[in-house]
Design a protein around this ligand. Structure first.
Ligand code: AMP
Ligand code: TRP
Length: 351
């Protein structure tokens, strides 16, 4: 390493922005459900004004496991429409499809060349997923490097992820530090932000397990964002509860079902725990609770479903919004990619 490189490697990140920048990636796989909405998407819509937010639909990550092309295309558009319908405002945040911004794949290549193979082979998600494949695509191993490219191209300060993705964000930090060390200060080293539990929605059929896509085939487990009101009502009215009649928040596993229903009601209405419990004083048993929760969920999801249908019915408008998102993403990612190329010695124009 030259003295110049060493000096540059020690430099402090010099970026000062009015708002912190957040980058999140979402895979276009499976139907969005109430757990995703209350645990993640609703919070993004609320915080989009406080942070400079980038929400990326990661189609390039999706193809690291086999995908049916038509299904992938449909799910990518459908997820974009759903996120917009839930309230992500393209005037406030940046919503785009990863594959529309070629800088992601190019940056991943450059980062590949500074990432030791051993770092990737240690990733637990890779080991789990690889064990399920007869033939392991190279892309599956490389998945976290593409994720690092997503994050680093935008100099994101914060990366909201579930616990399962924390290791990948830590790897992103290692890759950023290594690149900064080798080529001089280039990237902000991001922080993973694990959302507080609290908005953890449990399965309606079994309040001891998290509501999840994996169990979506079990009747009455999930409420999908696109379920008809009748179906939502049926699932909520059949939700598993205990044999008592006390409507209150509780850590008692016996009361997990009631706790879950109250939690759903609370997150949607944005009331305090006390106010939530007070709303059910005088209710006649769990039947009343379930009816009220079903009505609340239906009232929240109906306008979202209507907006979703409208967006899906106007593909030109959806394409226009995604193109605006990709243009804005590119305006940040392209100069960063140019900087990376310049630093590693690739010839670039305009420098
Ligand atoms: P996934 O469906 O696992 O890809 O998750 C997408 C986002 O939704 C992540 O931020 C998860 O933390 C969140 N999420 C998924 N299931 C739930 C749930 N049952 N309760 C709360 N948040 C959830
Ligand atoms: N790997 C993430 C997941 O499966 C998705 C993802 C891709 C992501 N790129 C990202 C998340 C960048 C945060 C930041 O959930």
């Amino acid at each position: 390493m030259t003295a110049e490189q060493e000096q540059a490697g020690r430099a402090k990140p010099a970026l000062k922005r009015a708002k912190k920048r957040v980058f999140s990636g979402i895979q276009p796989s499976g139907d969005v459900h109430l757990g995703n909405y209350l645990g993640a998407v609703k919070g993004w819509t609320r915080r989009q004004h406080e942070r400079e937010s980038f929400h990326c639909i990661v189609d390039l990550h999706a193809i690291t496991v086999p995908q049916e092309p038509e299904t992938l295309r449909r799910q990518t558009r459908s997820l974009a429409a759903m996120l917009l319908a839930c309230g992500l405002d393209p005037k406030v945040c940046t919503l785009f499809v990863q594959g529309h911004v070629s800088a992601h794949a190019e940056a991943a290549w450059i980062l590949n060349c500074v990432t030791p193979l051993g770092w990737l082979e240690r990733m637990t998600q890779y080991k789990d997923k690889a064990a399920k494949q007869e033939s392991v695509p190279t892309g599956l191993l490389d998945y976290p490097v593409l994720m690092a490219a997503d994050i680093l191209l935008y100099d994101a300060d914060e990366v909201p992820v579930g616990e399962d993705q924390k290791q990948h964000v830590e790897l992103t930090r290692d890759i950023a530090e290594r690149f900064n060390h080798l080529y001089g200060e280039t990237f902000v080293v991001p922080q993973p932000v694990i959302p507080e539990v609290g908005a953890r929605v449990m399965g309606l059929d079994n309040p001891m397990v998290k509501m999840s896509k994996t169990f979506a085939h079990i009747r009455g487990h999930v409420v999908r964002m696109l379920d008809e009101p009748k179906e939502i009502e049926r699932s909520v009215l059949r939700a598993v509860t205990d044999s008592g009649n006390e409507i209150r928040f509780s850590d008692d596993p016996e009361k997990a079902g009631v706790n879950n229903l109250l939690g759903i009601y609370q997150v949607i209405t944005e009331k305090s725990r006390e106010q939530t419990e007070r709303d059910f004083v005088g209710a006649r048993g769990y039947g009343d609770l379930k009816k009220r929760v079903a009505e609340t969920v239906i009232a929240e999801l109906t306008p979202i479903r209507d907006r979703y249908e409208r967006l899906m019915g106007d593909p030109a408008e959806l394409d226009r919004l995604l193109a605006i998102g990709a243009d804005h993403a590119r305006s940040i990612a392209s100069p960063k990619l140019e900087e990376m190329k310049r630093k590693v010695g690739l010839t670039t124009q305009a420098h």
